[in-house]
Ligand binder design. Sequence first.
Ligand code: GLU
Length: 494
Amino acid sequence: MDQRPVRTRFAPSPTGRMTIGNARSALYPFLLARRTGGTFILRIEDTDQKRFVPGAERELINGLHWLGIEFDEGPDVGGHFGPYRQTERREIYHEYAWKLVEMGHAFLCFCTPDRLEKIRQEQMKNKQNPRYDGTCRNLSLDEGRRRAASGEKYVIRFKMPKEGSVTTTDLVRGPSTTENSALDDTVLLKSDGLPTYHLAAMVDDHLMEITHVIRGSEWLPSLPLHIHIINAFGWEAPQFVHLSVFLKPSGKGKMSKRGAAEAIQGGHSIFVSDMQGLGYIPEGVLNWIALMGWGVSEGDVLTLDDMIARFDIHNLTPSPAAINFAKLDHFNATHIRLLQAGDLAARVRPYFLREGLTVDDAMLLKIIPLIRERLVTLDDCLPFAAWFFRETIQPDPADLIAKNLTAAQSAEVARKSLEILAALPEITPVTADPPLRALVEQMGLGPNQVFGILRVAVTGQTVSPPLFESMEVVGKEKVLERVKNAIAILEKMK
Ligand code: GLU
C-alpha cells in the first residue's frame, strides 16, 4: 500500500440526523489518514439553504467525537485551509465560477425557472432525458456581463463539450468511459449566488489539497462532470472511491426514511445519536460499520487501532451491504467483554443513576465480572443488576414457590437453607455451594428447586447473575435478612 501521507475529508451536508451511513463516510477517510500519517478534515457542505437543518452540524460533530473519529482540521478546530463551512466561502466559489466562464468552460444562463420547467415537461412527454436545451450557451461574454450588471437573474452552467468522451476511475470499481453527449450543462452557481455541490466540492477538494475523495455512491453518476470541471481548471484530480449503498435489513431496497422508522420500532436505530441511548458502545458500533463495505473477514473483531493498522483502501468493496442489527448486537457484546472492569463500570453507572439508584462503586466493581458476559447493550445491566443497589426487594410470592412444591414445602427449604447460611462465617461460592448441594441431596430435591427459591428470595427475580457470587457481593447480613423475609411470605401463603 502507498504509504504517502494522504489528505482526506468527511464532507457532510447538515440536512438531517447523522446516520450510520454518515459515520461510515467519515470512518474510512479517517482510517486512511491515520494509516498513512496524513490529515483528516471535516468540511460542512451547507450551501443548500432549502435543506439546511439547524443543529445538524452539532449532531455530526458530537457523533464523530462519540465514535472517536477525531478530525485534524474543521469548523471547531481550524486549520490552514479554512474556512471549513462552505457558506463562509461564497466569494471563493464566485471567483472560480467566473474563472470558468472567462476560460470558456462555463456560461451565464438567464433562462427563467418557468421556461426550464416547460422544457422539462416537453422532454418528459417525448420520453427524452430532461436536460438543458442550450439557449444561453452561445451568448457572448459581453452580453452576459451586461445583462448580469443590469440585475437580471442568472446561473452559471458548465459548458459541456458536445463531442468526445471522458474516462473516469473509481479506485474500487475501475475505469469507465462516458460520452460527453450524454452529459448536461449542469448548474455550478445558483441564482442565489451559492454554488452547487459540483462546483463547491471540486474547488474545495483542490484548495484543501485533498488526495483521496471517499464518498457515497450516489455521487458516482456525477463523476464524469467532476472530472470535466477539474480538467477545465487544469488541476490534478484526486483519487475517487464511491462507497457501497446500505440496504434495508431485508436486503430489499435502499435504506430509506421509512426503513429508519421501522428500525426504531424494532428497538434499533440507524441514527448515531440514538445508539448511545440504546446502550451501544462506540467500539461496537464502529466495528459493525467498518465491516459494511470493507472486505476484511466478516467476523473480525477490530478496535479503532486495529482498523488503522489494517486499513487498505483497495479492500473496500462496491457491493451493497444489508444492515444487519443482529451483527451490531454481536459486535457490541463482544466489545463490552473486551473492556477493562473499571471502564465498563464507568459506562454502566449512569444507567443505574438514571433509575434513581445510589451506586456503591466498590460494589459495582464486584458486580462487573458477574454481568459482563450477559450484556449485549449497556442497559442490560438493569434487569441483571439493578437489584444489587436496592435497599429492599419485593419478591413475587408466586415466584418463591419452587416447581412441584407447595408453599409450605418451599418455606421448609428456605428455613433449612437459612440455617446453613447463618452458620457460615461468610457467604462465598466456596463456603455456600457444598453445604447447600448437600441439602439438595438430603431433601431429595433438584438443585433448581432449592437454588430457585434462594435466588428469588435474595434477588427478587427469577433470572440473575450466578447465585452464590451474587450473595457474596450483597453480604451475609442482607442475604439472611432477605431469606427470612421470604420465609415469612411463604408461611403466610398456606
Ligand atoms: N455533501 C455531500 C453529501 O453529504 C458530500 C459528498 C462528498 O463527500 O463529497 O452527500
